[in-house]
Each structure stands twice: as structure tokens, then as C-alpha cells.
Design a protein around this ligand. Structure first.
Ligand SMILES: NC(=O)c1ccc[n+]([C@@H]2O[C@H](COP(=O)([O-])OP(=O)(O)OC[C@H]3O[C@@H](n4cnc5c(N)ncnc54)[C@H](OP(=O)(O)O)[C@@H]3O)[C@@H](O)[C@H]2O)c1
Length: 269
């Protein structure tokens, strides 16, 4: 469910797993206006849905509409997945953090959150999921920079732990000595300006990650790759966040295979 939603690549992903597991079902995009969300969520059970994913702009509003929200989603402050239980009640969870971390682990098996300072750019839902995941994995220092500083400060205060919120203007200098840098803003997404980030202070050994997946390689990732940094794009985060959803909806363990990645890469072009 989203508004707009027809651009979503999720149907391609989930319908691949429906075919692979021989399950008689389908995943459809549901274009739901914000004011229609309460009724749409309550219609899932009578319509026979096992659940739904939520995207912009529903992730926060849905927290107040479902019957139960899991602790990770409460901490992140948003729901990305709804499970319809047999009695019709709705359970909300957030799998974005799982997706981000498991994509990193699959793409860069030697990656360790505690290897050195992480620089995270952003202060929205994506940045919250990234910071939460890095903390869970044992990050010892997170430098969080967002255009609207109070949002970054809010995350640092809420999450506790080693997050330092810094003004947006410091982003170039904040890269000094970093082991990884993550773009969790919407800058660099198709239709948006590129992220303005000078990489000269970023160690060549650092990992550069973007949570955007359209385009697959953002200008930020291209610049990092060209100067020799290892890079991870956002497609795998989308793929991996879908795995716990399948476990919750159908009790099925799914895999992010090379074939599935190739199929999705072809569609994101
Ligand atoms: N791969 C995945 O599975 C996945 C999952 C979630 C999100 N995403 C992607 O991640 C991106 C962010 O998503 P989100 O849900 O976090 O969005 P969001 O809550 O709307 O946050 C957008 C972020 O971008 C920043 N931003 C926007 N325009 C900017 C500008 N001109 N200059 C500086 N900062 C700017 C915002 O800063 P302010 O706080 O100052 O407004 C905010 O930090 C989107 O492209 C989304 O598609 C991908």
C-alpha cells in the first residue's frame, strides 16, 4: 500500500517467490490515499490477504491503526509490514533495518559494524532504520548528519548509544577516518538532485553504501567506486527486508539468489 505505488518493484520480487515456492497467491500494488488507510487496512482480512507492505506516506500513520506493533518498529517509529492474523487482528513490524544489515552481510561478508566510525546522512525513516541496525550490530561511533539538525538530534537522543548528531555543513569533514558512509537521504534518487558530498577525506578502505535503488548506482556511489571505495547499493536492502515478511505471512524461508538480484536489476535498469 502506498500513494503513489505503481512505480514499486515489490510485486516483481514477491511474485517471483510465489512462482518459486509454488504458492497460489499474488502480490498486488494497492494505491491507497492517505485518508483511506484505516479502511484499507481493515479490509485486508475480509479480502483474504495474508498481509501487506507499507510505503510512503503510510509507514508512520499505520502505527496508530494496527492492533500490535513489535518493539523494533516502535523504536524505529514506523511500520513497513503488516501481518493479518487468523482472528483478523493486524500486527505491524519494521523490516527495513533487517534488510539493510543483511544486505551488507551478504554483499560484504567481512563487514563489521564495530570496525570504525560510520557516517550516516539523513534523518528520515530510512536513516532511523540504518542507525538502529548499526547500533544493534555493535557500532561504536555513528556520526549522523541531516539537513534538519533537530531530526538527527532527536534520533541520537531517542536511540542513545554512540550517535553524534552533527550539522549538515560538516558532512565533508565528517568522513575523515570513517570505516563506512551511508546515504540515507533521498538525494541521488531519480528525479532528485545528487548528494553533494566531497569524498577527499574518506579513507580508500571505507565502504560506501546507499539505500536508494533507483538508479542502482547513484552519483554518490559512482564517485566512491571511481576513487576505489567498495560500494553497496540499496537494491539488496529491498530484497532482504522482504524475507522476514514471507516468514511471517507464510512461514516460508526465502532466499535472495543471484537470479533474483539479476531479475530486479534488469527492472531497475
Ligand atoms: N532500499 C530500501 O529498501 C529503502 C528503504 C527505505 C527507504 N529507501 C529510500 O531511501 C530514501 C530516503 O527514504 P526515507 O523514507 O528516509 O525518506 P524521508 O523520511 O522522506 O527522509 C528524506 C531524507 O532526505 C533528506 N533530504 C531530502 N531532500 C534533501 C535536500 N535537498 N538536501 C538535504 N537533505 C535532503 C531529508 O532531510 P530533512 O530531514 O532535512 O528533510 C531526510 O533526511 C528514499 O529514496 C527511499 O526510496 C530505500
Amino acid at each position: 500500500m502506498g500513494w503513489p505505488v505503481m512505480h514499486s518493484r515489490s510485486p516483481l520480487l514477491h511474485n517471483y517467490w510465489f512462482r518459486q515456492h509454488g504458492l497460489a497467491g499474488t502480490y498486488v500494488p494497492l494505491a491507497i490515499r492517505p485518508e483511506g488507510l484505516p479502511a484499507a487496512l481493515r479490509a485486508l482480512h475480509p479480502l483474504g490477504f495474508a498481509g501487506a507492505n507499507l510505503t510512503i506516506p503510510h509507514k508512520q500513520h499505520a502505527m496508530t491503526l494496527v492492533d500490535e506493533v513489535d518493539p523494533v518498529a516502535i523504536r524505529i517509529g514506523a511500520i513497513s509490514c503488516v501481518v493479518v492474523r487468523s482472528d483478523g487482528s493486524l500486527a505491524g513490524s519494521n523490516n527495513d533495518c533487517y534488510g539493510f544489515i543483511h544486505n551488507l552481510k551478504q554483499s560484504e561478508p567481512r563487514w563489521r559494524a564495530g570496525a570504525g566510525p560510520a557516517v550516516v546522512l539523513g534523518g528520515g525513516g530510512g536513516a532511523r532504520a540504518v542507525c538502529y541496525g548499526l547500533l544493534q550490530e555493535g557500532a561504536k561511533e555513528i556520526r549522523l548528519l541531516n539537513r534538519t539538525l533537530p531530526r538527527a538530534k532527536g534520533i541520537a537522543a531517542e536511540f542513545g548509544g554512540p550517535i553524534e548528531a552533527l550539522p549538515w555543513e560538516y558532512r565533508h569533514d565528517a568522513l575523515e577516518g570513517a570505516a563506512m558512509v551511508v546515504n540515507a537521504t533521498s538525494l541521488g534518487m531519480t528525479g532528485q538532485p545528487a548528494l553533494d558530498l566531497r569524498l577527499d577525506k574518506l579513507p580508500k578502505s571505507a565502504l560506501a553504501a546507499d539505500i536508494i535503488y533507483v538508479p542502482l548506482e547513484t552519483p554518490f556511489l559512482a564517485a566512491a567506486r571511481q576513487r576505489g571505495n567498495r560500494t553497496v547499493n540499496g537494491l539488496g536492502m529491498l530484497l532482504h527486508q522482504a524475507r522476514p515478511a514471507w516468514k511471517a505471512w507464510f512461514g516460508i524461508d526465502t532466499e535472495v539468489t543471484a537470479e533474483l538480484r539479476a531479475l530486479m536489476e534488469k527492472s531497475t535498469g
